[in-house]
Design a protein around this ligand. Structure first.
Ligand SMILES: Cc1ncc(COP(=O)(O)O)c(C=O)c1O
Length: 481
């Protein structure tokens, strides 16, 4: 079954297509080509339902026959799929569905035949079943209440507050809001901070779903480029001063996708610049705690300024399937976010919150194992890349869950398509760009189990060779993990 991820209107598709036939006469070939490019560079997500033929013809001011022929071409080349009487959907050739979803967002695929080097999400820790049992035992204590806790269960808020305090950031439970993941926390923070048309500073490249959240609230992204070594403090300060954005979304810890970490001095400078431009920072700490360097971690950004809003997640340290995260901020801000929450949802599931509260009791053991596992998987990935794809460049990060690889040529999107045909799924660079770009980049998470890494990278090397039209390195002669 084709996975579906929304619908694009005729008007929106016409906007995305822009000057699709240039100064030439409109033709079905040019239209099919232009749609194909939108799918390849990620602006039209596979699974998106295409407008009806008549609507698209109207939007583009062309004949319906031209649209029908363009759709035929797209179907023939694997870029569209139609069901009689139901409509047509964009797709990627060779993709078995669920590869990408939601105009630029990135959701897990469900096809287990494909080795997944796209998702930076680890499996659940072995402590989870026991935590579920303990949570079930605690559940009767909740059953007499109504179960709607828009702020989150007090026991969990207390655990999250302690978690911050242990990192040197004294926090009261009244400063915590439990959310359905860090992504939800960001969307809630944006709703409280930003009106349509207002500016939000965002790193480029960044986490694709954060970009979705920014465009979802009709804010205008103001990008600040990341370099190989991280943030350019002067440029960041100048951008804040010039654009005076209402909010800034930053991932200072093992930035997704580049993997860099902002040091303490840069954090201090950042909060001064934020203060001058009256910008509220939303700091995403999703990857905090997955770290294996020798240096002491820098203080949380909020330790330099209590106005900073921090979002965090249970997904990387514990498990993404809990769908829980949190927001920390000044109590008044938490109240404001809470007031806006009712339009979206009325609180997080009680049993999962009890499970997470139980997991926090094992946080030390779980984190130590996670970090050790991430380091071993990173090393395996680095070793496999050096063996199979020695021409690729990357900086091995001291934490987080992924490598940001320089693949040397602008072929990332094509590589992702061909890799899927070789049975390995990757996240192409343009997914992380504020306006696409990064065609010479691929993000590779080190979340795959060590025994799978050699096979996955071997397939990737074969796809890379196919895209560039040369022979792959011979896995049998390459030392591999
Ligand atoms: C930087 C960053 N923020 C947020 C998220 C989403 O977190 P959650 O699963 O808690 O919504 C991710 C997930 O990969 C991430 O990498």
């Amino acid at each position: 079954m084709l996975s579906t991820s929304g619908h694009v209107s005729g008007r929106r598709l016409a906007e995305l297509l822009g000057a699709w036939h240039g100064s030439d006469r409109p033709s079905s070939a040019a239209l099919a080509d232009a749609v194909r490019r939108l799918v390849l560079d990620g602006r039209l997500a596979p699974g998106t339902r295409l407008p009806a033929e008549r609507e698209l013809a109207g939007g583009l001011d062309v004949s319906r026959t031209l649209v029908v022929r363009a759709l035929d071409r797209l179907r023939d080349t694997g870029f569209a799929e139609s069901r009689r009487g139901a409509g047509s959907w964009a797709r990627l050739p060779g993709a078995a569905g669920g590869v990408q979803s939601g105009g630029g967002s990135w959701l897990p695929g469900a096809d287990e035949q494909v080795l997944d080097l796209a998702q930076a999400t680890p499996a659940a820790p072995p402590e989870l079943p026991a935590a579920v049992e303990r949570a079930s035992a605690a559940l009767p204590g909740q059953l007499l209440g109504h179960g709607y806790q828009a702020r989150g269960l007090p026991v969990l808020r207390a655990r999250i507050a302690e978690h911050f305090a242990r990192r040197g950031l004294p926090t009261g439970p009244e400063q915590i809001l439990v959310t359905n993941g860090a992504q939800h926390a960001f969307a809630l923070a944006l709703r409280a901070l930003v009106a349509p048309g207002e500016r939000v500073l965002i790193e480029n490249p960044t986490y694709p779903n954060a970009l979705e959240a920014v465009s979802g609230c009709h804010a205008v992204p103001v990008e600040v480029p990341m370099s190989e070594r991280g943030w350019d403090g002067e440029l960041l300060a100048a951008t804040l001063q010039q654009a005076a954005p209402r909010a800034a979304y930053l991932i200072p810890d093992f930035q997704n996708p580049t993997g860099v970490r902002m040091d303490a001095e840069a954090r201090e400078q950042l909060v001064r610049a934020l203060h001058r431009s009256r910008t509220t920072a939303v700091v995403d700490e999703t990857l905090v705690g997955i770290e294996f360097g020798d240096a002491d971690p820098p203080p949380p950004v909020a330790a330099f300024d209590e106005r900073v809003v921090t979002i965090g997640s249970a997904s990387k340290l514990f498990w993404g399937g809990l769908r829980l995260g949190w927001l920390r901020g000044p109590e008044r801000f938490v109240q404001r976010v809470l007031a806006g929450r009712a339009a979206l949802d009325l609180g997080s599931p009680v049993l999962e919150q009890l499970v997470l509260a139980e997991l926090f009791a094992d946080a030390g053991t779980i984190a130590a194992r996670r970090c050790d596992q991430a380091r071993r998987r990173r090393d395996a990935l680095v070793e496999a890349l050096r063996a199979y794809l020695p021409q690729w460049g990357f900086r091995a990060p001291e934490g987080g869950l992924s490598l940001w690889c320089d693949i040397g040529e602008p072929v990332s999107t094509r590589l992702a398509v061909v890799a899927e045909q070789h049975g390995v799924r990757i996240a192409p660079g343009p997914r992380f760009g504020v306006r696409g770009g990064f065609e010479d980049r691929v993000r590779l998470p080190f979340t795959a189990p060590v025994p799978d890494v050699g096979d996955a990278v071997g397939r990737l090397a074969a796809a890379d060779a196919a895209v560039r039209g040369r022979a792959a390195a011979d896995p049998l002669t390459s030392p591999i993990v």
